[in-house]
Design a protein around this ligand. Structure first.
Ligand code: SAH
Ligand code: SF4
Ligand code: F3S
Length: 491
């Protein structure tokens, strides 16, 4: 099949300029959005003239890397239509890209809406937009309509590509604009986005999730799994490399099932092989790997690769086979441990990290001790530990034997202590060696220091010049302080 042209920013700019606002918006995507970008630009310009100052925006992101990447797309559109980025307090357009994976993520948003309302009372031009996973829950939108009528724009995860169109609607309306889709099979390519870092970027390889782990709301708010066409992914990676990006993070809820729904199926391992060929890309990361779908082929590719980082995030969730069954994870304790063994023997220096949930319905002390046992056997470099949170609409929410709060808290504290003790020991194991470090930024506390990342994802602070930001250099790891290193640049 024919290869499509790589669209650089200036090409997108030319296409937007060529749009004719005297004609109706085109029906085809992404052209329709380019037309709306031009229209939005006109409206923003008019408003700026009226106010005698530029219009400002702030996008605030909650949740995972998927949301972070989506926010870059929102920022890309806002900057293109003439908004200037500012702090929340000084913004004419504040957008919250929300998460609902646990209840506290959800509560934080309601808490902050009260504060945004007070800002809006002081700035009558201010617009408030809400998007992301929380908006895919019908009861959330009902509550917002009833009690938070000062919100201007609400949209969901499936129609984020039409953000330019929604901004135009919101700018022209004095009522709440709501556009939520239940699901989609659509993927729109070639829309602008603005990277947070010049030298690294997330790249979506798939959207949605089909796994329905019984505790998890993601499949309901992100819809069915769909993979991007490999040609579009490679085209994006090539464009990023040409633009100075050296590290990419491939994103999906379960990257190991990439390609299954494509017309010409392709495995994740095959995709990695193709991406590895892109010149200029030095480091490849990916998230998240579901243990049930991690193939021998992938382990083989990781073993042979010069670019794939020595880090694997492999969510365990629970070490108890009985709980894993109730979670619908489709692996058991033995299978998980065998998988870890296989990975460690193929890639001995790999750093393993994980996610663990404590207090899933029906979890007994014995089940919990199985989790502790896996933590001791695998010896993770670090682990995200979560208290089980009941999500309405998921099978686990109506399971019997919800575990009492004090029991969960006690288990959580014991798990965290264990995870940290082992994590400290594991993190220190490269002390005294020289490693490649991708320099990310000037250190926030000490401007003489730079902060960079090792292949295994740990941070290193060392003395150096800011001209090194975005470059890979060799650093001697002098001392490990808990979960980061102090180092010295060599050569
Ligand atoms: N797709 C990824 C996880 C995405 S959600 C995967 O399958 O690994 C990130 C993490 O949030 C999950 O790994 C899980 O540990 C946690 N999580 C999800 N739902 C939760 C819930 N209801 N309560 C507590 N933690 C939850
Ligand atoms: Fe949630 Fe499971 Fe899908 Fe991960 S794989 S997003 S935990 S349903
Ligand atoms: Fe949260 Fe949605 Fe990610 S619920 S964890 S932002 S996919």
């Amino acid at each position: 099949m024919e290869k499509k042209e790589i669209l650089f920013d200036d090409t997108i700019e030319k296409i937007i300029e060529q749009m004719d606002l005297n004609q109706e918006a085109p029906g085809k995507e992404p052209d329709r959005q380019y037309w709306y970008m031009k229209k939005a630009r006109q409206l923003v310009r008019e408003k700026q003239k009226e106010l005698g100052r530029p219009l400002t925006f702030c996008v605030n992101t909650f949740g995972c890397q998927m949301n972070a990447r989506d926010s870059e797309k929102l920022v890309g559109v806002l900057e293109r239509i003439g908004y200037v980025e500012k702090q929340e307090e000084d913004a004419d357009f504040v957008i919250y890209n929300t998460c609902t994976v646990r209840e506290n993520a959800n509560l934080r948003v309601y808490g902050r809406l009260g504060y945004l309302h007070s800002l809006k009372k002081k700035n009558p031009h201010m617009m408030i937009g809400l998007c992301g996973c929380m908006m895919q829950e019908p009861q959330v939108v009902e509550k917002l309509k009833k009690s938070y009528s000062f919100v201007n724009l609400i949209f969901g995860t499936h129609n984020i590509y039409k953000f330019a169109e929604l901004v135009v609607l919101a700018l022209q309306s004095d009522r709440m604009v709501i556009d939520i889709w239940k699901d989609t099979d659509k993927i729109v390519e070639d829309l602008p986005s603005e990277r947070k870092y010049s030298f690294k970027s997330g790249v979506n390889i798939m959207f949605g999730c089909n796994n329905f782990c019984s505790y998890c709301i993601v499949p309901y708010v992100r819809g069915r799994e769909r993979s991007r066409n490999p040609r579009d992914i490679i085209r994006e990676v090539e464009r990023l490399a040409a633009d100075g990006v050296v590290e990419i993070m491939l994103l999906g809820q379960n990257v190991n099932s990439y390609g299954k729904t494509l017309e010409e199926p392709m495995t994740f391992a095959q995709l990695l092989r193709e991406i590895e060929k892109v010149e200029g890309i030095e480091r490849i990361r990916f998230m998240t790997s579901h243990p049930k779908d991690l193939s021998d082929e992938l382990i083989e590719v990781m073993k042979d690769s010069k670019k794939i980082c020595r880090h694997l995030h492999l969510p365990l969730q629970s070490g108890s086979s009985a709980i894993l069954k109730k979670m619908n994870r489709r692996y058991d304790k033995e299978k998980y441990l065998q998988l870890v063994e296989k990975i460690r023997s193929a890639v001995p220096d790999i750093s393993l990290t994980t996610d663990i949930i404590v207090g899933f319905p029906g979890e007994t002390e014995e089940d919990f001790l199985e989790t502790m046992d896996v933590v001791e056997k695998v010896r993770y470099d670090s682990a995200f530990t979560f208290i089980y949170s009941k999500r309405t609409g998921t099978p686990a929410a109506v399971m019997e034997d919800q575990v009492p709060e004090d029991v969960v808290k006690d288990r959580f504290d014991r798990l965290l202590a264990k995870v940290q003790e082992i994590g400290r020991q594991m993190s220190a194991r490269d002390t005294g060696t020289v490693q490649d470090v991708l320099v990310e930024e000037q250190n926030g506390q000490d401007p003489h220091l730079l902060t960079g990342r090792l292949s295994n994802n740990l941070l290193v602070h060392f003395e150096g010049d800011t001209s090194l930001i975005g470059k890979i250099c060799s650093v001697h790891l002098d001392e490990c302080r808990g979960f980061y290193y102090m180092g010295t640049k060599v050569g």
